[in-house]
Design a protein around this ligand. Structure first.
Ligand SMILES: Cc1cc2nc3c(=O)[nH]c(=O)nc-3n(C[C@H](O)[C@H](O)[C@H](O)COP(=O)(O)OP(=O)(O)OC[C@H]3O[C@@H](n4cnc5c(N)ncnc54)[C@H](O)[C@@H]3O)c2cc1C
Length: 326
């Protein structure tokens, strides 16, 4: 089976999001698949060339301000119509908050199976086989999605961004979608959560997170300085956010954000299961903790047993020196 694969484009600041680029890479890697891009909103036509740059020659577009609010219920209707229009067997979405929300709604609208948090996807005769971490990364689940149609949300950063392979992208406008009451939902304002000045937590390639081991908010600058030196995003355990040292927008874990960067620093964080759930699929984990028996060391690739108040400033100084920032 070599399906047509529809990749739903998510926009960030008017451009294709990193998660969508990763999804395009995955779609291109499916042997024999025909890859079609889809984008909805006022900027639909403007971003089509970005699909072309990544080797996607056909882009379906649903124009209309109703989709600009990032409201997944409306986008799911449009994506369902696009999937039907191109005869897709598989729809890929990035594993962002938007993508995960969209995946479930789209699966219902398009009458398809769905899986989120997917780290491996195999397309075969019997359908789609997906692999994904469960129970906070303590186990790996393999599922078969049958029925010939599937919506798959990929785990962020589980796949590399694809190399550029430019082609001219032909854009086809789809007829307007009947949204009914969904079309009347408008975004009236956007309030940015306070979340550092660096890269966004969920998109960053490097995350530096601090925990209760920092003892108080007055010491959290140690985390921020290391993050700045590395060009990383700042994260925190729930102990930190519950204590009000940083806002909940920094929280990583079960009731916070899920991150899977290339490199994750857990500093003064014990490694409770609720924290691990949000970061265990990071490619490389570095833990700094004074307690050699802290559970974080069970998932760490590199562990430093010691006092963070000595180690972190020394590490920051060395990173600055190596990067010519000193
Ligand atoms: C329903 C539910 C949901 C939850 N959701 C989340 C969530 O989303 N995210 C989350 O993080 N937690 C969550 N928790 C809380 C979680 O169980 C832990 O309580 C929390 O993660 C602990 O944070 P911590 O590791 O910073 O603090 P602690 O567990 O207190 O660990 C502090 C660590 O710092 C080390 N340390 C102390 N001093 C130093 C030093 N000088 N140098 C180096 N190391 C030092 C200690 O050895 C210790 O290991 C949730 C809990 C529940 C019940």
């Amino acid at each position: 089976m070599t399906p047509t694969v529809l990749v739903v484009g998510e926009l960030q600041a008017g451009h294709l999001a990193g998660a969508t680029r990763e999804a395009i890479g995955v779609a291109r890697g499916i042997p024999g698949a025909t890859v079609v891009g889809f984008v909805a909103g006022s900027d639909a036509r403007a971003v089509a060339p970005e699909f072309g740059k990544l080797g996607v020659a056909r882009v379906l577009a649903t124009a209309g301000p109703s989709f600009d609010s990032g409201y997944p219920a409306a986008a799911a209707r449009a994506a369902s119509a696009a999937a039907t229009a191109c005869g897709a067997g598989l729809v890929l979405v990035g594993g962002t908050t938007f993508g995960r929300d969209l995946a479930g709604r789209l699966a219902i609208a398009w009458n398809a199976a769905a899986a989120t948090g997917v780290t491996e996807l195999v397309v075969g005769e019997g359908g789609f086989r997906v692999t994904r971490p469960i129970f906070g990364g303590r186990a790996t689940e393999v599922r078969r999605l049958e029925g010939g149609r599937a919506v798959v949300a990929l785990r962020p950063h589980a796949y590399p961004a694809p190399t550029e392979s430019p082609v001219a992208a032909a854009v086809e406008n789809l007829p307007p979608v009947e949204l009914g009451p969904l079309g009347s939902v408008q975004r009236t304002s956007v309030e940015s959560a306070a979340a550092g000045s660096g890269p966004s937590l969920t998109d960053a390639a490097i995350v530096v997170s601090g925990g209760r081991g920092l003892r108080g908010p007055e010491n959290f600058h140690l985390i921020e300085e290391l993050a700045t030196a590395l060009g990383a995003a700042v994260g925190a355990s729930r102990a930190v956010t519950d204590a009000g040292w940083r806002s909940t927008s920094f929280q990583v874990g079960q009731t916070g954000k899920t991150v899977s960067p290339q490199l994750y620093f857990a500093i003064g964080i014990s490694g409770a299961i609720q924290h691990l759930v949000g970061m265990v699929s990071s490619r490389v984990i570095v833990a700094i903790n004074s307690d050699a028996s802290a559970p974080i060391f069970k998932v760490a690739d590199y562990g430093i047993v010691g006092d963070l108040f000595q180690i972190v400033p020394a590490l920051t100084a060395e990173v600055r020196r190596v990067r010519g920032l000193a």
